[in-house]
Design a protein around this ligand. Sequence first.
Ligand code: IPD
Length: 270
Amino acid sequence: GPADLSTLERIACELATEAGRLIVEERPRHVDVAATKSTGTDVVTVMDQRSEELLRTRLEELRPQDGLLGEEGGSKESSSGITWVVDPIDGTVNYLYDIPAYAVSVAACVGDVSVAGAWHTVAGAVINPVTGELFHARQGGGAFLRRGEELTLLNVSGQRDLALSLLGTGFGYAAQKRREQISVVAAIIGEVRDIRRIGSAALDLCSVAAGRLDVYYESGLNAWDQAAGQLIVTEAGGVVRGRHGAPAGKELVIAGPDPLVTDLAALIDA
Ligand code: IPD
């Protein structure tokens, strides 16, 4: 039957923490570029693959019936109804440059994770293994930030005015997509307090949940970049949606407090 959500949340936290420890400890020896994906800047490190391997192996031990979808190609059909959607290093470029804003994202999802809008996250965790901040949530249970022994309940920003909002975004790595995105940025930059491009979509979504960003949008994200973060935002009282009110997906994700998402969506949809 459907798994106990607090068990899934605990597993997400444990596995994100384990993989986070691996990527930080091994970074000095393994920053070599293993491969390039769509462009020269979209680097995949040996550690990306090793982190996913750790997650895959641990899930196989703990949850052998569950499915898997991972950024580094890991994929397995689910026979339990639960599929884990994992990003072994979100913010690969920050990892390469030793900028302390990268994450491991681990999400337990239900539905068909290969079809936009046909799945949702029921439990998830995102860790920044450099700062030790662990963001986590389960459906209906609230969103939390754990730092060592300290546990904080998360709430999205109370800001209602887009003009006073700090907005996060990202640009993916494909050159053509970047060119297209400039017109969106041009339409928005004069309408907000300022823009941040942190370099990890998972941490952007957690920043929205914690009120460190008022609102966030990005186009071109894959499921693993946003699966855990989407739930963390909604459990922190925010809303997450896509273009013209469609569910969030690869085309677009907008996340934040309802009034800001509505106003930002009107600008982006226009
Ligand atoms: C990337 C980061 C980045 C976002 C890109 C993603 P990766 O994930 O989340 O912030 O702008 O679209 O691809 O490739 O480092 O896991």
